[in-house]
Ligand binder design. Structure first.
Ligand code: NAD
Ligand code: MG
Length: 390
């Protein structure tokens, strides 16, 4: 029996992970499941998977969680510290699927206990990639990609020599607005940005797909995982979302990873790695599909891609600033305080402001410094939002 924990168990990736684990309950002992507001879901899954502990990130929901777990034998806990403590419980395999920078500290705690961390939470690599990688190395822990593009690159690299790699191409569906006239983006509504043409995901990542902030974060994530230079990473718009990534080798060959838009593939690959086991995903009928298409990404439509390149150029804690400003701008868009296009304008302004102050972006990458810079960037982003509104 493998001991497994799922952080962000109530979310889209978390539920897909539970779907796979629940198909073979005899293979797994579930240690911890965590969630935030959806207590009913958290308690239901903790009961049926016989988890040791269920944790909500919200302190004030402890009583509700205790009541929902009464008589089940599952321990209940609440609060940010309790989530991190749960990550420190020994486990062989941990899924990191909390959304946002809140996933960083639990991910690091899981790496510190030395098991395998399956990483869906791309924000932790964007904010603190070098810290994640050095912690994994020091503890002999393994970091496996779960983001579909990075899982695809990882799979295309099996048995290959990184020396022979010329470029990594990650694809992007283009999100909800890929076919809209650029001038209409200004008036894009929250409802329009919250529906994805191909993938069924949480609301935040769906909006980030429409703005390309998701792909922007994935550019940085690619650099961190595979240690290539930013120049070697390309984004390719591919509306059908069937090729997830391609690896280009020095002999001109391109190895493409092709599969259905179903996160259970990448999750299952990380769950069973280094084996490849049968997974309950659709088998593609390419003759039926007929055609795949590709376009170059347009930086006027998607300024987030240019910002990600600038962040990689700057290095240091620029990724933490970028992510925090993006999360704050996204909150404001979701609250309908700012327009769709203002998200990128705000992120750029925060990056400019914070780069100008010594001791922020150039500080050493420790968890405390990342948290501090994250805090300042959110404050700055709110100030920018306030100024623009007034
Ligand atoms: P989601 O919004 O569906 O779920 C997020 C989970 O995080 C929930 O369990 C929620 O309770 C928990 N959570 C939210 N705020 C929290 C906090 N402050 N502290 C602790 N827990 C908190 O999100 P998702 O779509 O499942 O995405 C999860 C992560 O995986 C994100 O980093 C996302 O970028 C990444 N990812 C998702 C997909 C996808 O298909 N959904 C694909 C690739 C990568
Ligand atoms: Mg992805």
């Amino acid at each position: 029996m493998r001991r497994v924990s799922i952080f962000g168990a109530t979310g889209s990736v978390g539920q897909n992970t539970i779907d796979l684990i629940a198909r073979a309950p005899e293979d797994y002992q579930v240690v911890a499941l965590t969630g935030a507001s959806n207590i009913a879901q958290l308690a239901r899954d903790a009961r049926r998977l016989r988890a040791e502990i269920a944790v909500t990130a919200h302190d004030h929901l402890l009583d509700e969680l205790n009541a929902a777990l009464a008589g089940s034998g599952v321990e209940a806990a609440a609060g940010t510290a309790a989530v991190i403590e749960a990550a420190a419980r020994p486990a062989d395999w941990v899924m990191s699927a909390i959304v946002g920078a809140a996933g960083l500290a639990p991910g690091l705690a899981a790496l510190e206990q030395g098991g395998t961390l399956a990483l869906a939470n791309k924000e932790s690599l964007v904010c603190a990639g070098q810290l994640m990688l050095s912690t994994a190395k020091a503890q002999g822990a393994r970091l496996l990609p779960v983001d579909s593009e990075h899982s695809a690159v990882f799979q295309a690299l099996v048995g290959e020599d990184m020396e022979a790699v010329e470029r990594l191409i990650i694809t992007a569906s283009g999100g909800a607005f890929r076919d809209w006239p650029v001038e209409d983006l200004e008036n894009a509504t929250l409802a329009e940005a919250s529906s994805h043409p191909n993938w069924d995901m949480g609301q935040r990542i769906t909006i980030d797909s429409a703005s390309m902030f998701n792909k922007a974060m994935e550019l940085i994530e690619t650099r961190e995982y595979f240690g290539v230079s930013p120049r070697q990473i390309e984004v390719l718009v591919h509306p059908e979302s069937m090729i997830h990534a391609m690896v280009g080798f020095r002999d001109g060959a391109l190895m493409a990873h092709v599969g259905p838009a179903d996160m259970r593939h990448a999750i299952g690959y990380a769950l069973h790695w280094p084996e490849r086991r049968t997974l309950p995903v659709e088998r593609l009928d390419l003759a039926q599909i007929g055609q795949l298409s590709f376009r170059a990404p347009c930086e006027t439509r998607w300024p987030a891609l240019r910002l990600a390149r600038e962040v990689m150029e700057t290095g240091g804690l620029a990724g933490a600033v970028f992510n925090a400003a993006k999360e704050t701008a996204l909150d404001a868009f979701i609250a309908e305080e700012i327009s769709f296009n203002e998200m990128a304008i705000i992120v750029e302004e925060v990056l400019t402001q914070m780069s100008a102050t010594p001791g922020h972006i150039d500080a050493t990458m420790t968890l405390d410094n990342v948290a501090y810079v994250d805090h300042l960037a959110r404050q700055e982003a709110r100030a920018v939002i306030h100024r623009r509104a007034g």
